[in-house]
Ligand binder design. Structure first.
Ligand code: AMP
Ligand code: MN
Ligand code: MN
Ligand code: MN
Length: 280
């Protein structure tokens, strides 16, 4: 069986490792096919490709776009995108443009809760300043002894109703998918099991995603339970969506599942890579 991981982050967004280091991990994990999918950013792709391909790993250029759908944040992964495509590049630049402002507001909100210096602290931890985000704030909160780990930071802070949460308008589902398609890529709905929505809203999300040109859904991903896998495999079939799998690797130490170590897709799924030319 091919080892495939189609969702990973480097420090060009909120991962902890440089693109070359993430690629080296994909190689070490024995991946046959591997995608780097940084949030709203394509900067790491050249470096990652060079390391992966030198080791005979089929590299898939990717991205994970932040979307606001029905007042909630959802993520859309683009696979096999052309990183030179101007429509995609301009779209992502627009998505990134609000991040520093949001981070400043997060810093103000945390200061009100008695935590000083978080904006400066988070910014210092962001390798790519434009991409400063909640993970950098979470790391700042850990480093300064406010919480014991990143997971706890996201429980006590940074989420709706907690200090440091600032609502933000990302791009629309239709725009994100259209940029991915313009760049020749395939749009995949990321980690659907993570969205806290009821059945009816999930169906509405999938319907709209499909209607605007989405073609895939992550069935296997780090925080999907066996029940999630079964449920989303069924929904993939129902909506005629291809199935994807990815670890959503961010860091070797932050409790996300390891790169390249994923259970197989259910046999009922048509994998997103079913018609890709694969390296053997
Ligand atoms: P942002 O795009 O800045 O709002 O940050 C979103 C990122 O925060 C996600 O891509 C995850 O990497 C991280 N994140 C969100 N929720 C959690 C959580 N509960 N535990 C750990 N990381 C999380
Ligand atoms: Mn992330
Ligand atoms: Mn995501
Ligand atoms: Mn991700």
């Amino acid at each position: 069986m091919l080892k495939i991981d189609l969702h990973c982050h480097s420090n060009c967004s909120d991962g902890a490792l440089a693109p070359a280091e993430v690629a080296a991990r994909a190689v070490a994990a024995g991946c046959d096919v591997w995608a780097l999918t940084d949030h709203d950013e394509l900067k790491g792709l050249d470096e990652a490709r060079a390391v992966a391909e030198a080791a005979g790993v089929r590299f898939v250029p990717g991205v994970e776009i932040s979307v606001t759908w029905d007042k909630m944040t959802v993520h859309v992964v683009g696979l096999n995108i052309d990183p030179a495509n101007e429509t995609l590049r301009a779209g992502l630049e627009f998505v990134r443009s609000g991040r520093v402002r949001r981070a400043q507001a997060m810093g103000v909100d945390l200061a009100r809760a008695g935590i000083a210096g978080s904006f400066e602290g988070a910014l210092a931890l962001a390798e790519n300043k434009e991409m400063v985000g909640r993970t950098h704030f979470a790391r700042f909160l850990v480093d300064n002894g406010h919480v014991k780990d990143v997971q706890t930071a996201f429980k006590k802070f940074l989420v709706k109703g907690k200090p440091g949460y600032v609502p933000h308008q990302w791009t629309t589902l239709a725009d994100a998918v259209s940029w991915i398609r313009a760049a020749g890529g395939q749009a995949v709905l990321a980690h659907p099991g993570r969205y806290e929505i009821g059945k009816a809203r999930m169906l509405a999300l999938l319907e709209e995603f499909k209607a605007v040109g989405g073609v895939g859904i992550e069935v296997v991903t780090s925080n999907h339970t066996a029940e999630h896998v079964t449920r989303f495999a069924r929904l993939a079939a129902e909506f005629g969506l291809l199935a994807s799998c990815g670890s959503d690797f961010h860091s070797p130490t932050e409790g996300w599942c390891s790169l390249g170590k994923l259970p197989a897709l259910p046999l009922s799924c048509t994998p997103i890579w079913h018609d890709w030319p694969l390296v053997h």
